[in-house]
Design a protein around this ligand. Structure first.
Ligand SMILES: *Cc1c(COP(=O)(O)O)cnc(C)c1O
Length: 403
């Protein structure tokens, strides 16, 4: 068969979820009103940021929500609000992306890396070892690519170690562990509304918590001037006012425009989640049947919202993986590889973040990432597309193995 006759994917696999018409109308209204800043000195404009905070807190099931400029910004604020200061050690699971160690550095902390196991989830024994040897009392736990560890067990271990958990839910909006929303297990949950997450306002972050003091500090760090009363899901004013003199304004607010775009999208999340899950199950089922492809079995308590899929090719060398990826790309299937020498697009690993001073070697994580591939699942994917993608992966894998 000539190259042109081989089945291929012609639609872009990097399409972000579409923006609903209601978001576009709402954005135009905000633009016409010129009220792009979330706070007003009168209440004549629709306070989208405050309304979004109330709606998102209700959706996740927390008392409080603070809208911020980005996921990474909300993680920095969460670390500061839970007591991270200059030089404070902060644990993080090393299968993650640049905004995670970046948020730790932004908050002034020192990142302390924790291994992941070959199911890509955090290694709790290594976590305990690293907490004991560094004295770290904070964990920034990334539910990386939507893979959720046993959060009940993790919280028990962290309680014992007196470690405060902050959940990075950039890949788990709407996802649950054992029936309970991610973002509600730790002291704080942080979400991103950047274009390639589950809802899209270009940039944006949402921080959720049940803790009065953390919520109050987060509102003030976000940059609320003296207009914190206008927040949509906030603790009592006395709690905020007590912290005013000692809390700097970092100006990491969400704009009213971003909030206006997000509110209609929140309503679409359950429908989007159902499509993502169906396509994921389809792809995972097909890929599991391909020789040489490994996908770890996921726990039945994990209810994930998979906007991407990962698989590993444990028997291939780095050069073979590059050849395989080239073959797939020629047929419209664009994959990313966590083992690449240089960070590219949305991949990266510890060695690329040289500002991290922690010298601990991570042989387990390095081995996992060396053969780990990643593909986005656009909402526009059809079941037929899934079959073509699986066929492309199977063919190209065969081609490199027999080369
Ligand atoms: C996207 C992302 C974030 C937050 O990113 P922002 O671009 O700052 O909104 C945090 N953690 C992970 C793992 C991410 O992929």
């Amino acid at each position: 068969m000539s190259r042109s006759e081989k089945p291929r994917i012609d639609k872009p696999l990097t399409d972000p979820p579409p923006i609903p018409e209601a978001s576009i109308d709402s954005a135009v209204e905000v633009l016409r009103s010129a009220r792009l800043f979330r706070y007003g000195e009168d209440t004549s404009a629709e306070p989208h940021a405050a309304l979004l905070e109330a709606e998102f807190a209700a959706y996740v099931g927390t008392k409080y929500c603070v809208a911020l400029n980005s996921g990474g910004g909300s993680m920095c604020v969460a670390l500061r609000a839970t007591g991270v200061e200059h030089g404070t050690p902060v644990l993080f699971n090393a299968f993650t992306l640049a905004p995670v160690p970046g948020s730790i550095a932004h908050a002034g902390g020192e990142a302390v890396a924790v291994e992941v196991r070959d199911d890509w989830l955090i290694d709790l024994d290594h976590l305990a070892k690293r907490a004991r040897e560094t004295g770290a009392r904070h964990l920034m736990l990334s539910h990386m690519r939507g893979h959720i560890t046993d959060l009940e067990r993790l919280c028990e271990v962290c309680d014992e170690l007196e470690v405060t958990v902050i959940e990075d839910c950039a890949h788990t909006m709407g996802a649950r562990w054992n029936g309970r929303m991610t973002g509600t297990f730790g002291a704080v949950g942080c979400f991103s509304t950047q274009t390639f997450k589950h809802v899209n306002s270009g940039e944006g972050g949402l921080l959720v918590t049940d803790d009065d003091e953390i919520a109050a500090a987060s509102i003030l760090y976000s940059g609320s001037y003296s207009l914190y009363e206008q927040h949509g899901a906030r603790p009592p004013l006395e709690v905020i006012e007590r912290l005013v003199p000692t809390t700097p304004n970092y100006s990491l607010r969400m704009s009213n425009l971003a909030a206006a775009i997000l509110r209609p999208q929140l309503k679409e999340l359950p429908a989007r989640a159902a499509i993502w899950k169906a396509r994921y199950d389809e792809l995972a089922g097909l890929l599991e049947a391909v020789e040489g492809v490994r996908i770890p079995t996921r726990d039945a308590r994990e209810d994930f919202v998979p906007s991407s899929i990962q698989f590993s090719l444990p028997s291939l060398s780095g050069d073979q993986i590059l050849a395989f990826m080239d073959g797939c790309a020629d047929r419209g299937v664009f994959l990313k590889w966590f083992g690449r020498a240089e960070p590219l697009g949305f991949t990266g690993r510890r060695e690329h973040w040289q500002y991290i001073r922690d010298p601990e070697p991570l042989p387990g994580t390095s081995q996992v990432l060396a053969t780990l591939l990643d593909m986005r699942i656009p909402l526009s994917l059809t079941p037929d597309d899934c079959r073509i993608i699986a066929a492309v992966i199977r063919d190209e894998l065969e081609a490199v193995r027999s080369a």
